[in-house]
Design a protein around this ligand. Structure first.
Ligand SMILES: C[S@@+](CC[C@H](N)C(=O)[O-])C[C@H]1O[C@@H](n2cnc3c(N)ncnc32)[C@H](O)[C@@H]1O
Length: 282
């Protein structure tokens, strides 16, 4: 029987440990034993495409030099959870809007207002942030002097994000004002992000584990939701510490509610906002 028609062999304990170790070392993602079937399904699917029938042989391929890195970038896209939506956590997005509004009202908005969406998936989060920022600048009759940088480990997700073309089911949940202002209907029930908004968002490939190698650009807001939750506690804390060095004084770090516990930093204070987990740099 040809391999593609055979049932996938089960991952042995040793193989599961090897694969999960690789995923954690390279992406920070920590799999539980319950996710064994998920890992097995994704890896075998890719092995089938390549004609491999042996987990260890494929692991050697993935870890072998430059070609291994290329294969890894295909595989990692299958192993990450990319679930996202526009305005996924509205209180956090509203908090970013209020932050920029306060700065405008207090005349403390100097230079460009820079936001970083970390683990941006297919772009819904950074575009949501750009929509509220754009609206706020417009409402205040100011030039739109803001930018959103968005990074993710998945190249496939970034390709969708850069295109800015979304199916109707993703767009119909958005408030009518934002939908009408920032999307234009296209063929086949798809919606295109308006170019003026798209130009404000810059997508880059980036593994947050390599944050210390990334250029040190100071941000007004770092927005990181539904990504740290897949990492071990100590790693979440390390990444949070590294975010602090990339915030302007007074800058804001917004994470998913409850995703990071027991984190304190001498330069950061928790902002008392209901339903939002945010910290301000002193
Ligand atoms: C569940 S999605 C969350 C998307 C968005 N932030 C939201 O809240 O809707 C998690 C994203 O984190 C990305 N991710 C996972 N590990 C990463 C890493 N080590 N570096 C950068 N991005 C990573 C995944 O590719 C995925 O797109």
């Amino acid at each position: 029987m040809i391999w593609s028609l055979q049932a996938a062999p089960d991952l042995s304990d040793k193989q599961f440990t090897q694969w999960s170790k690789l995923l954690e070392e390279r992406a920070g993602i920590c799999l539980s034993d319950q996710q064994r079937v998920f890992l097995q399904t994704q890896v075998t699917m890719r092995m089938r495409e390549l004609g491999h029938s042996d987990y260890t042989q494929y692991l050697n391929r993935v870890t072998d030099g430059v070609s291994g890195m290329m294969e890894w970038s295909v595989l990692i896209d299958r192993l990450v959870v990319k679930e996202t939506s526009f305005f996924r956590h509205k209180p956090s997005i509203d908090f970013v809007r209020d932050t920029v509004l306060d700065r405008m009202n207090q005349n403390t908005l100097e230079g460009s207002f820079d936001v970083w969406s970390v683990g941006c998936s297919s772009g819904e989060e950074p575009y949501s942030l750009a929509m509220v920022l754009n609206d706020t600048f417009e409402f205040a009759q100011r030039d739109p002097y803001y930018g959103v940088t968005a990074t993710d480990i998945s190249r496939a997700a970034l390709t969708i994000a850069r295109t800015g073309l979304y199916p109707q089911r993703k767009v119909e949940m958005i408030e009518p004002h934002f939908r009408q202002r920032y999307f234009s209907p296209q063929e086949k029930n798809r919606y295109q992000i308006q170019p003026e908004l798209k130009d404000r968002v810059c997508f880059n490939h980036g593994n947050v584990l390599n944050i210390t190698d990334m250029p040190v650009i100071s941000m007004d807001v770092i927005f990181c939701q539904n990504m740290l939750v897949y990492f071990r506690r100590w790693l979440r804390h390390e990444i949070m510490n590294a975010f602090v060095d990339r915030l302007k004084p007074g800058g804001i770090l917004v994470v998913g509610l409850g995703e990071v516990v027991d984190w304190v930093h001498p330069d950061m204070v928790r902002v008392p906002v209901e339903e939002v987990q945010a910290y301000r740099r002193k």
